[in-house]
Design a protein around this ligand. Structure first.
Ligand code: GUN
Length: 283
């Protein structure tokens, strides 16, 4: 019987730990404040942003909300980021992505102070991760590491295969697994013989963005399978990149969708907000 890794339980534990740390800071007169910026009113982004603000309220972090019109100019958004960078009361800045096409996302990410970049998207933090320096780490891959560690799954020396090479998940995921002494292979849409590679993985991370793509033929007997994908099928039900029912009998541990990796992202954002207090001091 495979272990079904319970992301809801683990994320709740992490949020409780953050709540305690926030309370300890409050007792020392330190308030943590996250600025959340949303441009336009994309319904999916609104759901994410609201969930982030709710999590802040739960753990005791103050959130400042900036809801900008779809027509805001790049220059105006850069000015807001600059103001937040220079506001000592603001510890973290999060600009919800995607941004409208007339705004250069990379320019905005680079404008956020690396010391307030709680998403871990700034090139400084990406670089810091790759050379083992302290910094903010992208929330979703950081959440995967917590799922593995808190489920007692050893990473050191394991054959880890990551499917996907996005800047937000695949690349930082591979760096984090390497930092945990995994032997890491990164695969992507141009990889030849994907099945040949994935079927040798002790730990398989699926972040390729194709619903139920990973069937039992891709998976080694007894492997640990982590599903980063999230899709809505024709019946409006959520599913991941992994065909859970097909794979679950073959593996030793697996994350479900929903209730696996997805719920970890916001918990790790809360950890980054707590960490921001110390990281701000390096500015
Ligand atoms: N859009 C989808 N996921 C994310 C995220 O983790 N951070 C930001 N800023 N935007 C997103």
């Amino acid at each position: 019987m495979a272990l079904i890794i319970d992301g809801r339980k683990i994320s709740a534990q992490i949020k409780e730990e953050c709540k305690e740390q926030v309370a300890a800071y409050q007792a020392r007169g330190i308030e943590i404040c996250l600025a959340v910026v949303q441009v336009g009113s994309d319904p999916a982004s609104s759901v994410y942003v609201n969930n982030k603000k709710k999590a802040c309220a739960y753990v005791g972090i103050r959130s400042l909300s900036y809801e900008l019109d779809e027509t805001v100019t790049e220059e105006e958004l850069l000015q807001l980021v600059d103001r937040l960078n220079n506001d000592p009361a603001v510890n973290g800045i999060l600009v919800q992505l995607p941004l409208p096409a007339h705004i250069d996302e990379n320019k905005i990410i680079r404008a956020i102070s690396p010391m307030k970049d709680v998403d871990g998207f700034h090139p400084y933090n990406v670089g810091a991760l790759s050379i083992g320096l302290k910094g903010f780490v992208s929330c979703t891959p950081a959440g995967v590491i917590q799922l593995l560690k808190r489920s007692g799954i050893e990473i050191a020396g394991k054959n880890c295969v990551v499917i996907g090479r996005s800047n937000i998940v695949g690349k930082p995921m591979s760096m984090l697994l390497l930092r945990e002494n995994g032997t890491v292979t990164v695969t992507h849409s141009r990889t030849k013989d994907l099945q040949e590679i994935t079927s040798k993985a002790d730990i398989l991370i699926a972040a390729l963005g194709k619903p139920k793509f990973i069937t039992k033929e891709y998976v080694k007997e007894g492997a640990v399978v982590i599903d980063v994908g999230i899709h809505r099928n024709a019946e409006n039900k959520l599913c991941g990149d992994v065909d859970f029912e097909d794979v679950k009998e073959k593996v030793s541990a697996i994350t479900p969708v929903p209730g696996g990796v997805g719920v970890m992202t916001i918990a790790m954002l809360m950890c980054n907000c707590v960490a921001s207090v110390e990281i701000n001091e390096r500015a």
